[in-house]
Design a protein. Structure first.
Length: 245
């Protein structure tokens, strides 16, 4: 496992033929932790959606090396998740085992043990029978991380996983994320908090509709690049305040 697992080749993404992300080229190495940073509307979520296979490129391509689509786990922003669905924590986490159980199959003993272990690992032991709608944001994010643990994904995509999440949960989940990296999993996370990025993510892709910088975090997030990202994003918007992140 030395070559990149995911490569972007002159990738352009958009909606109804309107480009939102232009001509991005680069790659994610196995076991790397990469933050995707950039102002609001920079195309961060769009890129993650495309990596998850939910949005087809307008041009260019995404190359997967040694991973299949189903080896990719994708956690959209919490706000986008329907929490009214009547499902228990156990059900939600067990969804991570669908690969071995089959979509409607019964879950085996070994898988159930993995599900219970994952629930313990994320600190939700005792919450198995709770319905998802009764959980706090932090607890729901813990449960979703447990589902990823069960899924055993090689590539993990997270869209603002710590937005509106308490500090205690954030540091617990950051520890899990570090572990994923040390296990050789590739983690790509959209994050707003540059301090957290500098502390926990060795690699950063700074996006402003185009790639502003992609590489070692200290260099990618230097003052010059951040200013450039803001300028580039403002150029795309009439309302500059939108990009003043
Ligand atoms: P970010 O996550 O960096 O804030 P997004 O990827 O959500 O940025 O959005 C990038 C651009 O694509 C924005 O101009 C946004 O309005 C547009 N966009 C995002 N989602 C859609 C969609 N479903 N349909 C049309 N345009 C969209
Ligand atoms: Mg977004």
């Amino acid at each position: 496992m030395v070559g990149p697992v995911v490569s972007l080749d002159n990738l352009t993404l958009g909606y109804r033929r309107h480009p939102a992300v232009h001509h991005v080229t680069g790659s994610f190495a196995p076991g790397s932790l990469t933050a995707i940073a950039g102002p609001n509307g920079a195309g961060k979520s769009t890129l993650l959606k495309a990596l998850a296979g939910e949005l087809k490129p307008l041009s260019g391509r995404i190359r997967l090396d040694g991973v299949r689509r189903r080896d990719i786990a994708y956690l959209p922003q919490l706000a986008a998740i329907d929490r009214t669905f009547p499902m228990t924590v156990l059900d939600l986490v067990a969804l991570g085992a669908w690969r071995s159980a089959g979509l409607f199959g019964a879950i085996g003993k070994a898988d159930m043990a993995r599900v219970l272990r994952a629930i313990e690992t994320v600190g939700l032991g005792g919450f198995e029978a709770r319905t998802v709608g009764t959980l706090s944001g932090g607890q729901l994010q813990r449960a979703l991380f447990a589902r990823v643990l069960v899924q055993d994904a090689k590539v993990i995509l997270l869209d603002e996983p710590f937005a509106a999440i308490d500090q205690h949960t954030t540091s617990d989940l950051l520890a899990i994320l570090q572990r994923w990296g040390s296990e050789g999993r590739t983690v790509i996370a959209v994050l707003h908090d540059h301090e957290a990025v500098r502390a926990h993510f060795p690699q950063t892709l700074l996006l402003a509709r185009e790639c502003v910088a992609w590489g070692a975090t200290a260099e990618a997030l230097n003052a010059e690049h951040l200013l450039e990202a803001r300028r580039m994003c403002e150029a795309f918007h009439d309302d500059a305040a939108v990009c003043a992140a």
